[in-house]
Every structure is written in structure tokens, then in C-alpha cells.
Design a protein. Structure first.
Length: 148
């Protein structure tokens, strides 16, 4: 993933997420992920895009102190059920294994059953809940975890 991918990612993110990341959120995530980002945040930021050749999906994750957090994943609706999300998640899992990461954490909207089912297919289990977490509608966040 790189800066030129951001406009396509923004279009996908806006379509997929009721509270989407903004362009400056992606820019900040991408800023020097392998150098200054490690020192400044105490972790490693990694991102992948799924392209054919246009960007059709993306995933952003951060690893800190031997654990990872899936921060964002989205796939263009026309690509749902066609393997893009699976390819992105498999990239994350391969990277975490290579980094010796013990666990992956994420949060997802309580009402997003499609995402909850997707994460469960990859071995994520519910470990908690944050009531009224999302400011746009007061929906709870479901916390999930997967051991690597």
C-alpha cells in the first residue's frame, strides 16, 4: 500500500464504513511505517491492498510488543464473496507468524454480522464488548482475539 492507493481506499472505506477513516488518517498510517513509525509508536504498521489491477480492498494493522491489532479492513462491495477479504486476512496471518506475534486483536460493530462471521471463520473469538462505543449511533464494539 502506498500514497497513490489512498483515493481508491477512501472510496471503498466510505462505502463500507459508517464512520470511515479520512484521507489524513490513511496518510498518517502510511507515513514512514517501517522507520519512524516503529520508533514513534513503539510498533510496526503494515498495510496491504488487494488489486486486480485496480485497488479492490485493503487491510491495515499495527504490531506492538508481540501482539497485533487489525485496525481497518474493507473490500469493494462488488468483490464481496470473491476472495479479496480472505486474501487480505491471509496476508495478515502470514505476516504475524513471520513476526512471532502471539495474538491479533480487533473490534467490530455489534450489528455487523457479516464481519463477525468473517472473523470467526479465521479463528477470532469474542473476548469483550464496549457498550455505546461508536459515536455515530451508539452501537457497541465487539472485541475479538485470535491466537497466532
Amino acid at each position: 500500500m502506498s500514497g497513490p492507493d489512498v483515493p481508491a481506499m477512501m472510496a471503498i472505506e466510505t462505502q463500507a464504513n459508517p464512520s470511515p477513516w479520512r484521507a489524513h488518517d490513511f496518510d498518517a498510517f502510511l507515513a514512514d511505517p517501517g522507520q519512524a513509525g516503529e520508533a514513534a509508536a513503539g510498533g510496526i504498521r503494515r498495510a496491504w491492498v488487494y488489486a486486480d489491477p485496480e485497488v479492490r480492498g485493503f487491510l491495515c494493522a499495527v504490531a506492538v510488543a508481540g501482539e497485533a491489532e487489525l485496525q481497518a479492513i474493507a473490500v469493494e462491495r462488488s468483490r464481496w464473496g470473491r476472495g479479496a477479504g480472505t486474501a487480505l486476512m491471509e496476508s495478515l496471518l502470514a505476516w504475524t507468524r513471520g513476526q512471532g506475534i502471539s495474538d491479533i486483536h480487533l473490534e467490530v460493530r455489534e450489528g455487523n454480522q457479516r464481519a463477525l462471521d468473517f472473523y470467526a471463520r479465521f479463528g477470532f473469538t469474542v473476548v469483550g464488548k464496549r457498550p455505546r462505543y461508536y459515536q455515530d449511533n451508539g452501537e457497541a464494539a465487539i472485541l475479538m482475539k485470535r491466537n497466532c
